[in-house]
Write a protein that binds this ligand. Structure first.
Ligand SMILES: Nc1ncnc2c1ncn2[C@@H]1O[C@H](COP(=O)(O)OP(=O)(O)O)[C@@H](O)[C@H]1O
Ligand SMILES: [Mg+2]
Length: 347
């Protein structure tokens, strides 16, 4: 087995041993349990997994917007390209309501969500809300802020911007609201855009348009994207690298082509099998992974996928924590099938 080769480029953001625990009535939930990944300038990292795996908690912890009951540890180290004061800064060490994280949130690291109504207040016009973000972070000049807001609306393909500027969120269609949310998120030229299921609520045509828009804007603005989705089809279209998450852990991580053509983890293989294929025969039922994601409450050290895994090895996979194994420089997996530990024991 290979060990990881040091990548020479500095990551824009480095998530290290991230853990999020929530005290429940029946024990401690390890919702995120030792997650590591790096995000690079101009690149898209996809975070994929079934619902309930901890994707949203992971992504929201980057800008400290998780609810109070989440106890978060680890490091989230930010290396701003453009601001020395924000270089090598552990975002988790900042008070979540303090000035510093607020100056990063929205300006340097922006986030878009599945439901744009959560990003917009129904009480104010779309234009005013986009302008507000620009006035906080970019300029104090109202005229200039309005000009930037109108440009951003045009950039995301909203026509008749002057009229649209004065409309309220409910006057926009779902797809338009999503575009408006993207324009608000990008109005301050962030270095990182976190997109949590950005197109899940949209129909397929609008979904394709919004994804295309994100790709174009990424090319133009050079930002990095953390794309959170349960949809491998979106991953295939959008990502450079992929982290597959299951039960609070990254179980496999690799460049996108590796994930699709050389998947290792039984969970990744299961996700791929359940993915609809273009041109596939309609009558063939898609395989889905049997069982559902359990609640990670007081789990003993073992593979979280054990119960659902067709390749499980009894007495190994259910008796200890699974170490990370490097298949190649940039391809890692957490599975005893590939682990040196297993080889050692078999002898
Ligand atoms: N505030 C909370 N209180 C209790 N449990 C939570 C809370 N937020 C999330 N969870 C639980 O944590 C797990 C991970 O949630 P989440 O990050 O939203 O998953 P995903 O985005 O992958 O669907 C789930 O089991 C979810 O029910
Ligand atoms: Mg989610």
């Amino acid at each position: 087995m290979t060990t990881q080769a040091a990548r020479t480029e500095q990551p824009l953001l480095s998530v290290q041993d991230l853990k999020i625990q929530i005290q429940m009535d029946n024990g401690v939930m390890h919702a995120v349990d030792g997650v590591d990944f790096d995000i690079y300038k101009g690149k898209t990292l996809g975070l994929v997994g079934e619902s309930g795996c901890g994707k949203s908690l992971t992504s929201r912890s980057i800008i400290s917007i998780n609810p109070k009951e989440c106890e978060t540890t680890g490091n989230i180290v930010y290396h701003s390209e453009s601001e020395k004061a924000l270089n090598n800064l552990n975002l988790l060490s900042l008070p979540p309501t303090g000035k510093k994280i607020r100056s990063i949130r929205g300006r340097k690291i922006a986030m878009i969500f599945q439901e744009p109504m959560t990003a917009f207040s129904p009480m104010y016009t779309i234009g005013n809300q986009i302008m507000e973000a620009i006035l906080i972070h970019r300029t104090k000049d109202k005229k200039e802020a309005k000009k930037i807001a109108l440009e951003m609306l045009a950039k995301v393909g909203i026509s008749d911007q002057e009229k649209r500027f004065d409309q309220y969120p409910h006057e926009f269609s779902g797809g338009m609201r999503q575009r408006a949310m993207i324009s608000m998120a990008l109005s301050c030229n962030p270095e990182l855009l976190i997109a949590d299921e950005p197109t899940t609520a949209l129909d397929v045509t609008i979904q394709a348009q919004v994804l295309e828009l994100m790709r174009e804007l990424q090319k133009e603005l050079g930002m990095a994207i953390l794309l959170v989705t349960h949809d491998l089809g979106i991953i295939a279209q959008m990502c450079d690298e992929v982290a597959v998450m299951y039960l609070g852990k990254i179980v496999e991580q690799a460049p996108v082509k590796e994930i699709f053509y050389n998947p290792k983890h039984p969970y990744t293989k299961g996700l791929l099998k359940s993915m609809p294929r273009l041109g596939g025969t309609k009558s063939k039922r898609l395989d889905s992974i049997e069982g559902s994601v359990p609640m990670p409450i007081d789990m003993p050290p073992m593979c979280g996928f054990y119960e659902r895994c067709k390749d499980r090895i009894e007495g190994v996979c259910n008796t200890k924590a699974v170490p990370k194994t490097y298949i190649s420089d940039q391809h890692s997996v957490r599975c005893f099938l590939y682990s040196d530990q297993l080889e050692g024991e078999a002898q």
